[in-house]
Design a protein around this ligand. Sequence first.
Ligand SMILES: C[S@@+](CC[C@H](N)C(=O)[O-])C[C@H]1O[C@@H](n2cnc3c(N)ncnc32)[C@H](O)[C@@H]1O
Length: 190
Amino acid sequence: MSDIVNPNWLSVRLHEFFWFVLSQKTYKEYVDWMQLGGDEKFLDFGCGPGAASIHIAPLLQKCGGELTCFDLSHTWIQRARKRLRRFDNVRFFSGDIRQSSLENNYFNAVNIHFMLHDIPVSQRLDILQALAVKMTVGAKLYIREPISSDHGIPIDEIKQMLETAGFQAEKTTIQTIFGKQALTALFIKL
Ligand SMILES: C[S@@+](CC[C@H](N)C(=O)[O-])C[C@H]1O[C@@H](n2cnc3c(N)ncnc32)[C@H](O)[C@@H]1O
């Protein structure tokens, strides 16, 4: 059986074609919107094969930053490792953030891109709270998630979960991304 966390070979190929070939511009514009300084300790949480990471890594490499690619799926982390092998400022981890050995109070920038809605509802808040522990006070959380009722999380639910996990909204916009209504937002870890 294939799902997004345990993709089979065909699913990997199809997703990678969509993310790296058809959607490259969308990822690049999203990373540009972040306006990174380049010296961040950046975590791409639920990175998949690295479609956003591939635009983040060179910005950080120029200015002494460090990128950590993290995903529940070992398959996607292997794919990200392959895509990003030319960068020496990138680390790769797979597993459950709630049991992860990743440093606490460490990351000052985190990306969540089209992944929160793939986490079972009952686990979302726990996972966001575990993620918050890994971040410094004042750290930036960049998030983009679909918000439509058929495939996504209602915007108020996203905001409420993040507030409960210890974040405050700084900028929020609604856009059409991949043909779906999506929230693009910056939250700050309090
Ligand atoms: C739709 S993909 C998006 C990948 C990437 N963020 C992007 O936008 O190209 C969702 C990703 O979230 C990952 N994921 C799902 N649950 C996760 C969890 N609990 N912790 C970390 N990653 C998770 C999946 O394995 C998958 O790589």
